[in-house]
Design a protein around this ligand. Sequence first.
Ligand SMILES: C[S@@+](CC[C@H](N)C(=O)[O-])C[C@H]1O[C@@H](n2cnc3c(N)ncnc32)[C@H](O)[C@@H]1O
Length: 324
Amino acid sequence: MNTEVETQIELQDLEPSNNRFRAEILRGLRKMPKELPSKYLYDEKGSQWFDRITQLEEYYPTRTEARIMEADIQEMTDLIGTDALLVEYGSGSSVKTRILLDHLKDPAGYVPIDISRDYLMISAAQISKEYPDLEVLPLCADYTLSFDIPKPNKPAKKRVVYYPGSTIGNFDPIPAQHFLEEIATVCGPGGALMIGVDLKKMPVVLHNAYNDHEGVTAAFNLNLLERINRELKGDFQIENFKHYALYNPIKGRIEMHIISLMDQTVHIDGVSIPIANGESIWTESSYKYNLQEFAELAETAGFQVDHVWTDDRDWFSVQYLTVI
Ligand SMILES: C[S@@+](CC[C@H](N)C(=O)[O-])C[C@H]1O[C@@H](n2cnc3c(N)ncnc32)[C@H](O)[C@@H]1O
């Protein structure tokens, strides 16, 4: 991504504070089993690692989702219609968004929301430069908390939330329902959610996608410990930990862990945390759905499924949901 973008855009900044980050990390490390919120995988370095993941041969989701979008973009933008405010949750580098923006008719504006502040700024400025007629209103926030959507100058006929990348899979089923309910409120009457949902498939494909041979996913995962060292005065010795990811077919999810290679005690801002040899720190889940399961989840949350697009192998879906 070009980091020398001159376009000036205003960021609405609700980035979680350092105190909040510290409190959530310590709470997670005191749990049994230990777990850290996946949203903290994404600082600027984490977002850069994620972008490299999306290029990996084994990581089919980004490529497959982009192909679905390219194949069916006309139908998608016809459903969205004119003068819509496009609100993207977890926008990252907004790569697939460009497919939408290239075809959308007179969008009222674009609100990229992401927790990864510096990356969001670079990415939003780049979009603003590439689409000079589009009002870009970036918002740095933890989208699981409450916030107001920035208002564009041009009146919007409706709000369309775009939530690609199957990031919905990071939520356990009940929190996923509550989160979709919140999105339905943000969309409002007449609004819609366009969402990327990864589908159940052979475990070996899923396993390989999260265990790439170059070790990029491992570096992305372990960056969380480096981030804690950088921002919270932590002293994790990264070489004493190992990335571990597996597919759990009973739960229908990838589980990503960091495993301790020895009995050790780490310190975070003066707080001691003992970790046993072989103990896991759970950093991310990624639930996979079949179409029926996701339709039931969406309907419980107040959406109806209007349209589903998939690829030839039925590995990934892009879905257009409207508020009931
Ligand atoms: C799996 S990546 C997907 C990125 C991009 N949308 C794509 O499809 O390639 C998840 C994105 O959501 C952001 N994110 C994760 N949890 C978040 C949260 N709680 N609040 C805001 N952004 C979050 C991350 O920073 C990251 O950019």
